[in-house]
Design a protein around this ligand. Structure first.
Ligand SMILES: [Fe+2]
Length: 388
């Protein structure tokens, strides 16, 4: 669909991408390129216990390693960020190397701020609060989905208040993303599928966002093609380095797309069931996507036609008005084949909790970019109920 001739937009994606098998072993070169001397590895205990990935990075860093901070939790927490920053300062770290999924990367984004500016992370909540570059940060994703290595957003949970806070600032964009498929080969198939669907949601929501723009469109459409082609293989055979690598690229492109174009209703609803009931982010997105597509169908039919094409479907004869419904069915079929749960009730969300989530979703930053304006929690509730 052509854009208005008056369109103005900014596309911002300065993160250096290093791609390829075993490129994580070159992390020391990237630390030196950043003129840093001591790198703190930020990761989680699970990764340390079940894989040798953080240790591989520690060994390859050698004398450049300032230590490992491994207290990252599944949902990055404010208190962990503040503790990690203290640890980094005490170790004399002048840069961060996050090794993990979105939580490790987001925790490190927060730590980068507190290590540079002092104080507590809470002091910097909001959008474009920072005025200068933060502690240099190299990311090594071990999942392919969040795209957090390419975004200026960190989602950090306030565990006391049971809600997720958004931090958005160009100054927290990581300096380098090392996309090494070897770093994702041990990811279990269900997590591969769920995180891959997070990337799919980033791409789809970026395409129909109110802030959509042509460069992000190109990245998002190609990400969808790659996810359609390579996610099933990555789920079936985690050792397939081609599929793993292409999924890392897809997640990165979708991340860059939504960092610029934003996401919408799917993410607003997923953040809320994640905050209240601890549902895994990718899983929540995957379950909510079809219901949100049906809700948005009358506002983004042309875009849905483009998405169907990217999914390899012939669109001749499909009217824009019916494309959203067809796309919703297609996505549900895709996630079913990946073995993912289809309903919110399958992932521990009680029906009685949907009202609270609906109210919370209305205050989520993502909802304002949804192609359809939502001002009543009753509308969010309707979508939740359809997905329940
Ligand atoms: Fe996401």
């Amino acid at each position: 669909m052509p854009y208005d001739a008056q369109l103005n937009f900014i596309f911002w994606s300065p993160t250096k991408v290093v791609f390829g098998e075993n490129t994580a072993l070159d992390v020391a070169i990237e630390v030196e390129n950043l003129k840093c001397k001591k790198a703190l590895i930020v990761t989680d205990k699970e990764l340390i216990l079940s894989t040798d990935l953080p240790d591989r990075i520690r060994k390859t860093l050698g004398n450049l390693c300032a230590g490992i901070f491994s207290d990252v939790e599944p949902d990055s927490g404010i208190h962990i960020v503040n503790q990690g920053a203290k640890f980094g300062v005490a170790r004399g770290a002048d840069c961060l190397v996050s090794v993990g999924g979105g939580s490790a990367i987001d925790t490190a984004k927060g730590m980068a701020v507190v290590m540079k500016e002092g104080g507590r992370l809470q002091d910097y909540a909001g959008f474009q609060v920072l005025t200068r570059p933060q502690t240099p940060h190299i990311t090594i994703p071990t999942t392919a989905g969040t795209g957090s290595e390419a975004t200026y957003i960190a989602v950090i949970k306030d565990h006391q208040k049971g809600r997720k806070l958004l931090f958005g600032d160009y100054n927290i964009l990581p300096n380098v993303a090392i996309l090494d498929p070897r770093m994702t080969e041990g990811l279990p198939s269900r997590l591969t599928a769920a995180t891959g669907m997070d990337a799919m949601c980033h791409a789809i929501e970026a395409l129909y966002s109110l802030q959509r723009e042509p460069i992000a469109d190109g990245l998002a459409l190609h990400a969808i093609r790659l996810i359609k082609e390579f996610l099933p293989t990555a789920v079936e055979n985690g050792q397939d380095m081609t599929a793993r690598g292409q999924m890392l690229l897809a997640a990165n492109m979708a991340g860059s797309a939504f960092s610029n174009a934003q996401v919408g209703l799917v993410h607003a609803l997923a953040h809320s069931v994640g905050a209240v009931f601890g549902v895994h982010h990718g899983l929540a997105n995957s379950i909510l996507l079809p219901a949100c597509l049906r809700y948005n169908a009358d506002a983004c039919g042309d875009v849905c036609l483009n998405i169907l094409s990217a999914l390899g479907m012939g669109t001749g004869g499909i009217q824009a008005g019916e494309a959203g419904e067809i796309l919703a069915d297609k996505i549900a079929e895709f996630t079913k084949k990946l073995g993912l749960p289809q309903r919110l009730r399958d992932v521990g969300v009680p029906e009685a909790g949907l009202q609270e989530c609906s109210e919370l979703a209305l205050s989520d930053g993502a909802i304002v970019y949804n192609p359809k304006f939502i001002s009543e929690s009753a509308e969010a509730l309707k979508v939740y109920q359809e997905a329940w």
